[in-house]
Design a protein around this ligand. Structure first.
Ligand SMILES: [Fe+2]
Ligand SMILES: [Fe+2]
Length: 177
């Protein structure tokens, strides 16, 4: 089978493979959002935003930047203690949340803010507990934003974020059992 180029409708990033991945390797979106790159709509991030969706995207950006900063801290603590599993988990989560922030900035037509410094525990399991709480807050916020959105594209986008953050929550739940 020949490889081809795919593209994720949630983050816009391309992927090369024989078939679409089960989840976008960049933003974590479900395979249903990954399309043949030939079919890409160049206006995908050009949405006439309602006032509510604009405010909700700004709130989502704050959540994502805060969570990315937290996961960067947790990644660095795991690296310092040589915990390879926690290092892998928090590194990936940091990249995914930063990708969500990038996608939000594409809708808002703004530059991505700098990642600020965050505090976290020295212990991976405690950071997994905090990660769980953070994902739980994000899921609740994005479900509300999805339901408040009148634009189909924003309903899809916030709906996809809900699914992705539920996946993250489940990983933390496993790690704190
Ligand atoms: Fe993606
Ligand atoms: Fe996120």
């Amino acid at each position: 089978m020949k490889v081809k180029v795919f593209r994720c409708r949630i983050c816009g990033d391309p992927y090369i493979g024989e078939s679409p991945p089960t989840h976008c390797p960049f933003c974590g979106a479900d395979a249903k959002y990954i399309i043949d790159a030939h079919e890409w709509d160049s206006g995908e991030f050009d949405v006439q935003l309602s006032e509510v969706s604009r405010e909700n995207l700004e709130a989502a950006l704050d959540l994502e930047m805060g969570n990315a900063a937290f996961y960067a801290c947790a990644r660095d603590k795991a690296a310092a203690t040589g915990d390879e599993y926690m290092l892998a988990k928090f590194k990936c989560l940091m990249k995914v949340e930063a990708e969500h922030a990038s996608a939000i900035c594409k809708f808002l037509k703004i530059d991505k803010p700098e990642l600020s410094a965050a505090t976290c525990s020295a212990k991976g399991v405690e950071n997994s507990h905090e990660g769980y709480e953070r994902e739980d807050r994000a899921i609740k916020a994005y479900a509300k934003f999805r339901d408040e959105a009148t634009e189909p594209r924003m309903q899809d986008f916030f709906g996809a974020l809900v699914e992705i953050e539920i996946d993250h929550l489940q990983i933390h739940a496993e790690d704190t059992k």
